[in-house]
Ligand binder design. Sequence first.
Ligand SMILES: CC(C)(COP(=O)(O)OP(=O)(O)OC[C@H]1O[C@@H](n2cnc3c(N)ncnc32)[C@H](O)[C@@H]1OP(=O)(O)O)[C@@H](O)C(=O)NCCC(=O)NCCS
Length: 216
Amino acid sequence: MEWPFFALRIVSGKVLLRGVTDGDLDPLVAALPGDLELDPHLERFAPLPEVRDRERRLVAGLWRHRGLWSPSSWCLDLVVEHAGRVVGIQSLEGDDFPTLRTVDSASWLEPGMRGRGLGTAMRAGIMALAFGHLGADAAVSSAEHSNAASLAVSRRLGYVDNGVGRVHGAQGAVDLQYLRLSRESWRASGFTAEVTGVERCLPWFGLGPEVGPEVG
Ligand SMILES: CC(C)(COP(=O)(O)OP(=O)(O)OC[C@H]1O[C@@H](n2cnc3c(N)ncnc32)[C@H](O)[C@@H]1OP(=O)(O)O)[C@@H](O)C(=O)NCCC(=O)NCCS
């Protein structure tokens, strides 16, 4: 049995995105930022110290996404490498993708690596996969109004505001800014990335070989 995303490679600016391996788990745990809100659906193991339980939940989330992968609902986690070192995660999610052709994304970087353009390069890389190789029509994103970096990355790539919603957060209700990037706006952004190893991944998205690639 082969996990086809181990061979997927996306080179975008100063970052390399590739499928997370178990060998990446220790460096990812070491890079895990204290300010990152983890999947609230993952149960807290009360007897574990909070820091150990956050590390456990990070790894559990990655294994969960691999174990529960389905063409009708998937989350692709790619490790972010910069200068040969693991510095974060870039994820892409889709539900009923062959019909809806819409993706969502999430990402994080270790704090010392932020604010130098890597976040923009990561998002551009994953969007190059979504629009250029999977045939996405749109990408959505959401962030709290206080998350200036995430909102700036989205707007830099051409996302436009798409309403505000209220959801459950770790400390209660939070308002989220929703954003949307159309295929046309992605093309107009001018961002490109080098994507290899997609062909064997296509059936995992419910897609046949007739999809992509197109430039970018
Ligand atoms: C979101 C995140 C991945 C962005 O990565 P990054 O490397 O910091 O982003 P970049 O350096 O590419 O910056 C992109 C834009 O954000 C702006 N920006 C970055 N940090 C900012 C801040 N604290 N305040 C205001 N603007 C900021 C930059 O000026 C840049 O804008 P520009 O393109 O108009 O010049 C990173 O900040 C992070 O890991 N945050 C914590 C996790 C998180 O919130 N993830 C998103 C929710 S899933």
